[in-house]
Write a protein that binds this ligand. Structure first.
Ligand code: FDA
Length: 512
């Protein structure tokens, strides 16, 4: 693991105080420095020495420093913006160049307007806190965002953001109606003053390329007061492959009130043998009496029974899927993670059902030693995702995708060697999957950040061509518009990281 070069972490609004803080430190060290010099000089008089020494203390420091400079260089320090800190590749708090972290954790106010079904939420809030505040106001208002309550609003909304309401209401970013952003010039902009291009870019193109997003105005959605959930497991011995195969043909065509995602993991069968387990997790926007016949009609192979299902409110379904079933809603306010595993993830989009026989190859890899903590999550598309055009927001994965796969492998301890082993394993799985998933580009989800698919040159110049390698996978042809917006709002590439949108430089380098 790389470690931060700078430990400077400060809330946004103490940024400006930093200079006065530095002054205090410098005043002290300035005196020490003078004393040290006088101690080592023949002339022990510090007042004489101080006349020829200039530090940031002296009002003439800048003019004297810059007087003879003919080639101004930038300091090269990067800014990393952190809201919830859940970036899969740690880009909000790790870099191999000097950087400061702008941590928005204290910027977490949420105000809900139940009457107009809108809310303002500051970027440092978590989605759990947002869900909590919505549920405080109403049992039938909701927001279509992710499953893990500790995910931050800042990164989540700017990279897309989806959860169990995806098929009915789309992404979190699809439900953003305004935002407050500080741009590279330090201007505070809202939707109107930033203009539609920039407002388009930050709803799925990742905020960190364009500025610091302080807050979002979102539309809340209406859900029934009673929803139904189930979690059903089937092993290979219980016909898992056949059910998974059938799921591929129906999951994106089911009514949009019905969302069934599935997990593949390694497990032990009832006889103690190692097997593969498919877990079907469902949220239905309605009562159990509608759900069971619907399931019997569309996926009878699962054998769903009424006793598998639980009716509950939307907020309780949030607790249920986050692993807090039966606990108080207050757990949603906590930012403390519940597990401390290390993981590596990758993503894929599936446009044609994977042949049943191809699952054998997946299982073979799951039986390998490194796959003890491996999981593939299949996320159904269809519903409203088919109705939103590819260019509506930077997130392009709409009609034509049956489902998305998240490939994950978790492990604990073992240092670099274990990490290398596990990462190699998931790369092998990813390589095996290549022929069954989207191609040209092999699409990926930006919020499941994966530096394996390409990176910018993090030191110095980075080109459109280099950015295109990973950019078209996350954004397809929306990448071109993102580059255009970046060139307009941050031509000097101040907001940059390993996968930030590059500007088009006026002076192109050879080969670009
Ligand atoms: P973090 O603070 O690390 O930021 C992520 C990126 O956004 C960084 O590049 C950062 O600089 C930038 N950024 C953050 N705040 C910004 C701001 N205010 N202005 C400008 N740029 C900003 N996704 C999903 O869609 N559905 C899900 O269910 C889940 N579940 C999930 C569970 C767990 C355990 C993890 C670790 C992650 C997920 N995710 C997810 C992925 C998640 O959506 C993604 O990692 C988000 O970018 C995290 O946003 P944070 O603010 O927490 O991260």
């Amino acid at each position: 693991m790389k470690s931060p070069c700078s430990s400077t972490i400060f809330p946004l609004f103490s940024f400006l105080l930093l200079s006065s803080f530095q002054t205090v430190i410098l005043a002290d060290s300035y005196q020490n420095f003078l004393q040290c010099l006088s101690f080592h000089s023949e002339n022990n008089d510090t007042s004489n020495i101080s006349q020829v020494i200039y530090t940031q203390h002296n009002s003439s420091f800048s003019s004297i420093l810059e007087f003879s400079i003919r080639n101004f260089r930038k300091h090269g320090i990067q800014i990393r913006i952190r809201s919830g800190g859940h970036d899969y590749e740690a880009l909000s708090y790790v870099s191999d160049v000097p950087f400061v972290i702008l941590d928005l954790i204290t910027l977490s106010e949420i105000s809900i307007d139940g009457e107009n079904k809108t809310a303002w939420v500051q970027s440092g809030a978590t989605i759990g806190q947002l869900y909590y505040r919505i549920a405080e106001k109403s049992k039938t208002l909701a927001f279509p965002a992710g499953v893990c309550p500790t995910v931050g609003v800042g990164g989540h909304l700017s990279g897309g953001g989806y959860g169990f309401l995806l098929r009915k209401f789309g992404l979190a970013a699809d439900n953003v109606v305004d935002a407050l952003l500080i741009d590279v010039k330090g201007q505070l902009l809202d939707r109107k003053s930033m203009g539609e291009d920039l407002f388009w870019a930050i709803r799925g193109g990742g905020g960190a390329s364009f500025g610091v997003i302080l807050a979002w105005k979102i539309n809340l959605v209406t859900v029934p007061s009673t929803l139904t959930v189930f979690t059903v497991h089937r092993t290979l011995e219980q016909n898992a492959t056949k059910i998974v195969d059938k799921w591929q043909y129906v999951a994106d065509k089911l009514p949009e009130d019905l969302y069934i995602r599935l997990f593949l993991t390694r497990s032990n069968s009832s006889s103690g043998r190692t097997t593969i387990r498919a877990t079907f997790e469902c949220l239905f926007l309605g009562g159990v009496d509608f759900l069971v016949p619907l399931m019997q009609q569309s996926l009878p192979e699962l054998g769903l029974e009424k006793s598998d299902c639980i009716e509950m409110s939307w907020i309780n379904s949030i607790l249920y899927f986050a692993g807090f079933q039966g606990e108080s809603m207050d757990v949603l306010l906590s930012r403390t993670p519940t597990s401390f595993y290390t993981f590596k993830a990758k993503s894929d989009y599936v446009k044609e059902p994977i042949p049943e026989t191809a699952f054998e190859g997946i299982y073979e890899r799951f039986y390998e030693q490194e796959a003890e903590g491996a999981v593939m999550i299949f996320i159904p598309y269809g519903g409203i995702m088919n109705e939103i055009s590819e260019s509506e927001t930077p997130f392009p994965h709409r009609a034509g995708n049956i489902y998305k796969i998240q490939h994950l492998v978790y492990w604990q301890g073992g240092g670099d060697e274990a990490a290398e082993r596990q990462i190699n394993w998931i790369r092998r799985l990813y390589s095996y999957m290549a022929s069954f998933v989207s191609k040209n580009p092999r699409a990926a989800y930006m919020n499941y950040r994966d530096l394996d698919i390409g990176t910018n040159n993090n030191k110095g110049y980075t080109s459109f061509k280099q950015g295109s390698v990973w950019g078209f996978k996350y954004f397809k042809s929306n990448f071109n518009r993102l580059v255009h917006v970046k060139t307009m709002v941050d031509p000097g590439n101040f907001f940059r990281n390993e996968q930030s949108i590059p500007p088009l430089y006026s002076r192109k380098k050879k080969g670009d």
